[in-house]
Design a protein around this ligand. Sequence first.
Ligand code: OXD
Ligand code: MN
Length: 581
Amino acid sequence: MSLTREAERFVDDAAGLTRPAKVVWCDGSAAEYDRLIDLMLRDGTLLALDPRTHPRCYLHRSDPGDVARTEQLTFVCTRGRDDAGPTNNWMAPAEAKATARAYLRGSMRDRTMHVVPYLMGPPGSPMSRTGVMVTDSAYVVASMHLMTRVGRVAIQHMRSDDDFVAGLHSLADLSPDRRLILHFPEDKLIWSVGSGYGGNALLGKKCHALRIASWQARREGWLAEHMLILGVEDPEGRVTYLAAAMPSASGKTNLAMVVSRLPGWRVWTLGDDIAWLWVDPQGQLRAINPECGFFGVAPGTGPGTNPHATLMVRSNAIFTNVALAPSGEPWWEGLTPEPPAGLVDWQGKPWRPGGGPAAHPNARFTVHASRCPSIAPNWEDPQGVPISGLIFGSRRSAVVPLAFEAFDWSHGVFLGSAMSTETTAAITGQVGVVRRDPMAMLPFCGYNMADYFAHWLALGPRLATPPRIFRVNWFRRDADGRFLWPGYGENVRVLKWMVERIRGSARAEETPVGWVPAPGALDLEGADVSAERLRRALACEPGEWRAALDELDGFYAGFGPRLPAPIRETLADTRRRLGTR
Ligand code: OXD
Ligand code: MN
């Protein structure tokens, strides 16, 4: 298979630096996938799971120091520091390259360099984009096969010789001291060295489809977002499409595949992590999922929380850092109430109850989207789907009500920009600390977030009917630490309220922060939720909000005069509505 001249030049330069023993061009075929799996079974990178219960499923145990995204080692390397903004780590491009070059020099000696042309987005879509990545990890190539469209289809999509994002990935020695995830948006270039972890190493995902794409989207007038896409079908068969931004490991995959507890209502899955959104000539917001697979968090996934995901990973899946039963079946916390006897943990060591988690808290499954029982029939439509509502959700034990709706587009952008969340195991560092996470994009926005808010604001007037914007928080707790809302399948009740708001039929009450479901407006038929607990889940407490907004003020201050005036003004309006005591 031949690449463009530019792509060949990139590959030659990468090989000149990393000095691979062999260079192999990937075609994305099933035979190629099988060859890679065979190779990894032979060299111990993969273990085969029980072929009777889990046909074509494999377990990969990563280096124990390489289990999550490493944000402290992730950089946006724009020429001007302000273009990366205060929320990104920044390094000057020349310095970044000089540092990484030292780690990459000769790093593929004795290894094969795989050249992976990949397409992000459905074949034939005007929104789809190409990447060409080189990597010395067969695990990365096999995962790219599941998560992106690899091979000729990618090359065919190139509109010009240099119409691709170039990605250089090497495991090098996997040392966190010599690990860097570098983005050069001005050059459509990614360098990732020292990690094999999905979010650091599957370059189509966070590096390309979010950080580089968000930069391109701003220049070209569209959005690259950390959002799932789903369709809610009502009992009459009408489907309403929503996209939802939520921080890593906060239930996006569960919501995208939710099994409805409401008779007659069902949810179709179109994506669980990334959405590319644009305004069509009629002024309608549309979305595609640039990926074609799921890289989901295994712990907490079980028949009760996500029956579809539990089924879809029963065949043709690659697991990373889950525990293993003597039968050869994978296991993780939340899969079954009781762990099977004789487990070995994610590092392959015998596991005893009480001895810490058996699966790593950020253990993952990787599987092609077509395996999902709720995958929408139109999930690969090149024209995407029309989006009628956007959801911003975060993980907060207090302050933020279960669900509410923004007053209008710019208020919704403010609500997104004001998001904070409690951290999870998807990133290396402390779990459970509250941090700002505007639009769930803090780790993924490839440019100054003040400009990002301005870009969002500017999109509003281009929309004939701007989607409604909603804020949700499934994670609010009572004084005893118990969740006020049961979540999971019951979240469909909130989706139904949103669909009815979009159609103009559901009732809501005005609060200082937005429209909250009116008493009786959330369908609780058959749910085990008392009216009193729901009231507390939905309450807007002015005192809590005032304190939260003071903290938000400090965050906004970091952007200086670059923060758009409408954001500052909406904060002031919200304060006025909340009163002073
Ligand atoms: C992911 C993440 O893997 O957000 O999707 O970390
Ligand atoms: Mn994600």
